[in-house]
Write a protein that binds this ligand. Structure first.
Ligand code: AMP
Ligand code: MG
Length: 491
């Protein structure tokens, strides 16, 4: 009896929030759940035993089929979607099961996505395709492999259901973990539904659970805004340094703890262009690669305006305080981006900010002009820095004279220090979750019930800075036939 594994998801701290923030709701049972992936590595790293999740009861819990003693909740939030205000969004196909605690006692949210209708579903069916859940698993774990803050994927389940999207597709559920599921849109919802009192309750909750160091500060709400702004600045710089485009940076998809959240139509770009967009629904390039810092500030401005009444009773003073906190974004972003670029370029540590910016701009300009593959370029550059022949790198430019000029500018300030080159290697992934490989893995799973390409891709992305000879095909950019130019939300 005693050695039966215990469900580690034992808390539901969102219940401390006023009732209006969530709705108790049961996931919908599914006919034939099958465990496609269980992320034992994640559990191991957090010091949580995997045995519960491998038990029959654990699988039932991950698939929506359990008798949930601790009633799951769907959380309410609002949001600006592509700039348009939507007063009530909320978890329309997700169920927060609660928190488990890692070995350090930190809470980890466990949420099912694709687990059925809730009161927030509007016209939706509450379901997700197996393909889009595999996509979330692959890309969120790839982000983690790149050391970029992200929600993670604990498991993927195929439900045995057929659901209607573009045609009939197999249904799936992802169990997602996160430090928090509070979004900028949660604050917008608090203000819209409960006014200042609701915003205060939410801000106090966020400080108590995620930023306890701010609790005693006399300016804790201004500090909260600054902390969120700086976390986002660092996050978005990290995205951009690996060529990541989130694709749907609506305020409801921006986490206040600075984790990447909501992997819908996201993508890593192949050939570099600052205006690159993949999302099928981003018709005007609002969330293009180079737009991401501006959009983050736009979103943070929404958060700031919700927090205004807490910062000062005098509206003018409150606005000045808010502006000061938002002003922290730009320097934090530029510092993170420029430091990251210096590492990617393998520059000497005493190179000036001006020289870093100048070389970054020339490099990105040349990549744009010659349509050079972003990841492959920096991988080859790393190899050249480590002593390899420069010819394959220079051959990527469409103009030999420009290639020479660029190479000279780089050679003048690049480092020969082995430590710098080690850091350079660790800043330039050899493998990213290339769109065509992600789509290929999804197609094999959906159409042939073959999960080997999914497993193989996930395994390679765990350590993206090294590449096994047999994985060379995962590194290559797409051929014209393989190219995937659009990604879909899968909602
Ligand atoms: P997203 O663009 O994925 O962040 O989703 C925006 C909103 O649409 C959220 O409130 C989701 O819960 C909701 N939603 C997305 N897909 C579905 C679906 N299939 N059924 C119900 N609600 C959905
Ligand atoms: Mg969302």
């Amino acid at each position: 009896m005693n050695d039966l594994p215990l469900n580690p998801i034992r808390y539901q701290h969102y219940r401390e929030l006023p009732d209006a923030f969530y709705e108790e709701t049961q996931p919908m049972a599914v006919p034939a759940p099958k465990l496609i992936a269980l992320n034992k590595r994640l559990l191991e790293a957090e010091g949580i035993a995997a045995d519960w999740f491998e038990s029959e009861a654990g699988l039932a819990l991950l698939s929506g089929n359990a008798d949930y003693e601790n009633t799951p909740i769907a959380m309410a939030y609002s949001g600006h979607q592509f700039g348009h205000w939507v007063p009530l969004l909320g978890d329309g196909r997700a169920h927060m099961l609660g928190q488990m605690h890692n070995a350090d006692g930190e809470p980890i949210d466990v949420q099912l996505k694709g687990s059925g209708r809730t009161q927030f579903s509007r016209g939706g069916d509450g379901k997700a395709t197996l393909g889009s859940m595999l996509r979330e698993y692959i890309v969120s774990e790839a982000m983690h492999g790149l050391d970029i803050p992200s929600t993670r994927s604990l498991a993927v389940i195929s439900t045995g259901e057929k659901i209607m999207r573009e045609g009939v597709q197999p249904g799936g559920i992802v169990a997602r973990t996160a430090r928090s599921h509070i979004r900028v849109g949660s604050f917008q919802y608090a203000a819209a539904s409960q006014g200042e009192e609701g915003v205060k309750a939410l801000a106090d909750f966020v400080i108590a659970h995620y930023f306890p160091a701010l609790a005693e500060s006399p300016d804790k709400y201004a500090d909260l805004l600054r902390t969120v702004a700086e976390a986002q600045a660092s996050l978005i710089a990290q995205w951009m340094l690996v060529g990541f485009i989130h694709g749907v940076m609506n305020t409801d998809n921006m986490s206040v703890v600075g984790e990447t959240i909501d992997y819908g139509p996201c993508a890593f770009m192949d050939e570099f262009h600052p205006n690159k967009v993949f999302s099928s629904i981003d018709r005007h390039g609002r969330y293009a690669w180079g737009q991401q810092p501006n959009i983050a500030v736009w979103n943070l401005t929404q958060l700031a305006s919700m927090l205004l009444p807490l910062m000062d009773a005098d509206a003018e003073k409150a606005e000045a305080i808010a502006r000061q906190q938002l002003d922290a974004f730009a320097p934090a972003f530029h510092a993170a981006f420029n430091t990251g670029m210096a590492k990617k370029l393998g520059l000497d540590t005493d190179v000036s900010e001006g020289d870093i910016v100048s070389l970054s701009e020339t490099t990105l300009g040349a990549l744009t002009e010659s349509s050079i593959d972003y990841t492959l370029f920096f991988d080859r550059l790393t190899r050249v820095a480590a002593g390899a022949d420069a010819a394959p790198l220079l051959a990527m430019f469409n103009n030999p004279a420009k290639a020479e000029a660029w190479f000279k500018q780089w050679s003048d300030i690049k480092s020969d220090d082995t430590e710098v080159i080690k850091t350079m290697r660790h800043s330039n992934p050899a493998i990213i979750a290339r769109n065509h490989r992600v789509e290929e893995a999804i197609a094999a799973a959906e159409q042939q019930d073959d999960f080997a390409p999914f497993q193989r891709l996930c395994a390679a992305l765990l350590n993206p800075y090294e590449i096994a000879p047999e994985d060379a095909d995962l590194q290559s950019p797409p051929t014209p036939q393989e190219r995937v130019t659009q990604t879909f939300c899968g909602t």
